[in-house]
Design a binder for this molecule. Structure first.
Ligand SMILES: Cc1ncc(COP(=O)(O)OP(=O)(O)O)c(N)n1
Ligand SMILES: Cc1nc(C(=O)O)sc1CCOP(=O)(O)O
Ligand SMILES: [Mg+2]
Length: 352
């Protein structure tokens, strides 16, 4: 009973620590829900053991193990380390409960075995999320303005463009150029990485996970017909951001379930950069806002894209979008006025 009591407490405390991480640090309602469900299912399984028997068996002053703390138990290097410690505690405690449970009731032990298998997946997910570069994700979450640019006539042309856009307040810049050879694209991507880092702007490569990884960019953006997100993740690693284009609600739901970090939603309006036969428009944006605000849905930053300019950005904001990705509207010498117009409308929309 003392083993069962100690391990039931351990697993509950560990899960609560992880739940708070999902809730307050990752803002991940879905992960929080899974952890909470695990905690409740364990509490339900524990009703097979008399609580009075457990409490009566408890003997903290007589516990020979309370002094046996190692120095590493009082020190956590970072969030990943903290979450790993809690996850390992939960896993070990579940196994202990299961083994000692076999002495009490085989149904109880079997139930704990099922919970343990479910827990493995959840514990791996939260630890991987917390071992990622949270600074990058925080910057993404706080960003409202995203510019897509081509590689420029020369490297210095590209560098000047990145400097100009970042000076005006653009927070994310994507290198999107299908008209240059791989070597030039790679060299421009590397130059972009250096200047974007200096300017504290996120640097994303369109379509090419290989070049994003090789050039040490902050991330990659892919479309529905390109590599699936899981394959992109295997190339770019756990820390780089992955953006995914979406054009309907099914694709948005797919993105939420995937390892994507943000989505582009469009096309909203006709523009000169890319032609489309259909425009899901602001109705689509409104439905994305409702979908992403649904309780229990993973929060995923969404950028409206397609023909967005100073004179229509109010409609984007009215659809609940506080973030935009644009090419044409910023393709002028000094986009400072456009940035100001965008901010005026978009800042009215709280970011989620
Ligand atoms: C932020 C953002 N959103 C959407 C897109 C479009 O991506 P995709 O559909 O793959 O089309 P191409 O840009 O590759 O022509 C994007 N690039 N960025
Ligand atoms: C590249 C791209 N993708 C879109 C999508 O809807 O997926 S719209 C688009 C063009 C964005 O440029 P502009 O702001 O000039 O319209
Ligand atoms: Mg693409």
């Amino acid at each position: 009973m003392r083993v069962i009591d100690a391990n039931a407490n351990r697993v509950g405390e560990g899960l609560r620590t992880l739940e708070e991480t999902a809730r307050f640090i990752l803002d991940d309602a879905e992960l929080q829900f899974h952890l909470k469900t695990l905690r409740h299912d364990i509490a339900t399984a524990m009703t097979k053991v008399s609580r009075v028997d457990l409490l009566s068996a408890r003997d903290t002053p007589g516990d020979v193990g309370t002094d046996a703390t190692t120095s590493s138990e009082n020190h956590r290097v970072d969030l990943g380390d903290l979450v790993a410690a809690a996850a390992i505690r939960v896993q070990q405690a579940l196994r202990c409960l299961e083994e000692y449970g076999k002495l009490i009731d085989s149904d109880f032990a079997s139930e704990l075995e099922r919970i343990r298998y479910r827990a493995y997946d959840c514990l791996a997910r939260i630890e991987l999320r917390c071992r990622r570069d949270l600074k990058r994700i925080d910057r993404l979450r706080n960003a409202r303005l995203y510019a897509l640019i081509d590689a420029g006539r020369s490297q210095s042309d590209l560098i000047q463009r990145i400097e100009e856009l970042s000076r005006c307040g653009v927070e994310i810049i994507q290198l999107r150029d299908a008209d240059i050879d791989d070597r030039t694209l790679y060299e421009r991507a590397c130059a972009g990485t250096r200047v974007a880092r200096d300017r504290n702007v996120l640097w994303i490569i369109n379509d090419r996970a290989d070049i994003a990884a090789a050039a040490d960019a902050d991330g990659v953006h892919v479309g529905q017909e390109e590599l699936p997100v899981a394959a992109v993740r295997s190339i770019v690693g756990p820390d780089r951001l992955i953006g995914l284009s979406t054009h309907n609600l099914d694709q948005v739901r797919g993105a939420v379930a995937s390892a994507a970090d943000y989505i582009g939603c469009g096309p909203t309006f006709p523009g000169k950069t890319k032609s489309f036969s259909e425009f899901p428009g602001c109705e689509f944006l409104k439905s994305v806002t409702s979908e992403l605000k649904r309780p229990g849905t993973r929060s995923l930053p969404a950028f409206a894209i397609g023909g967005i300019r100073s004179d229509n950005v109010d409609q984007v904001a009215a659809a609940g979008f506080g973030r935009v990705a644009v090419t044409g509207a910023f393709a002028i010498d000094s986009p400072a006025d456009v940035v100001a117009d965008f901010h005026k409308q978009l800042n009215r929309v709280p970011l989620y």
